[in-house]
Design a protein around this ligand. Sequence first.
Ligand SMILES: [Fe+2]
Length: 407
Amino acid sequence: MSPSPEKINVGGILLDQPFKIRRLGHFGFNLVNMDEGVRFYIDWLGFRLSDVMDYSKRAKSPDQVAGLGDPNGYFTRYGTDHHAMVLFPKRVRDALGRSEKPGITVNQITWQVGSMSEVGNAIRWFTEKGIKLQRSGRDMPGSNWHTYLFDPDGHQNELYYGIEQIGWNGHSKPRVMYDRGFDHPPALPQISEQQEVQDALAKNVDLLSGYRAVEKLPAIFDVDGISLPRPFKIVRLGPVYLFVENPETAESFYRDALGFTLTEEIVFKGNRCLFLRCNTEHHSLALLPLALRDVLGLSSHSKCAAFGLQVANYRQLRDAVKFLRDHDVKVTEVIPPDLHPGIDYAAHVFDPDGHCIQLYHAMEQIGWDGKPRPKELRRPRLLSQWPEVLEADSNAYLGEPFLGPWG
Ligand SMILES: [Fe+2]
């Protein structure tokens, strides 16, 4: 697909697409080892449960999902977005006919756009361009207004506006308010969330009747002044590193259809690797040729090469490595520094299904001229060579800040 010759007015700015992706909002894996996976993401990494969805309710009969393990899907969060990480039961979904293409274990890669209109205009624009949409509307739980589309490899991308925010009391939206869900693109404008809550109050809905998680582990760590069960706090999602069959086709989709900007491309052992961004971070998305999966020794079950999680600071990154090792989680450097340009300090762990999770504390930010830092000016360090403290540089404490309390 070539770029649209006609620019489109998005909030008074002329763009190639009728929307602008601002950030990675949430992400998900379909897991085989659900019990261990939920423990890994919730107990060890600190995601907090915001709602549970029972897939067995979709079965024609109990036999259809019998013996396939926990049938629940888990919505979890690190901040106020209702979900940042979703963990769905792969075996149960497969049995219900929800299976993805081979190698697709990512449930969704979900990008936040700037307004409700941007979602509505995206739906029309994709349809005009002949780009197939899976579905559009507003799912519950989460309440985000969205549309879903596959990338050329079959990774499900989602664009959304307005995900539910879980506030100070930690309760999710009551299920009785799910009547504002939509399974089709809604007519715009829609009423505001303020009005939805006002309408629920008028119907005597108990606003505290939604799910609220209780932390099971003791808060034994002083994490920069807050007592938490683990010595670090995840403060941002991404980047997403994908193995793709054809980097050029994938690049065209993410650049021309979704509006990503190429920050940098490198050649690693003869393979062209692309690093793209949607905001000022060096990369929110990396496209790596599938041939690299064996070269790196990553799990052959998934086309997700790695998923990044940013912790609040460098000290916490060091403490996270120690904490995870203390809990028998192997910490590695399976992704070499050349394949995460812009992140100088990264540690890689594996979830129980074998997905690689990249922990880091800071990423290079791209400024007005769109140029990344020259490679020779970067200072990546192997895990074994990490100093106790770092000199401040232009990566430190920049980029999307975390809002709200840590626990
Ligand atoms: Fe989603």
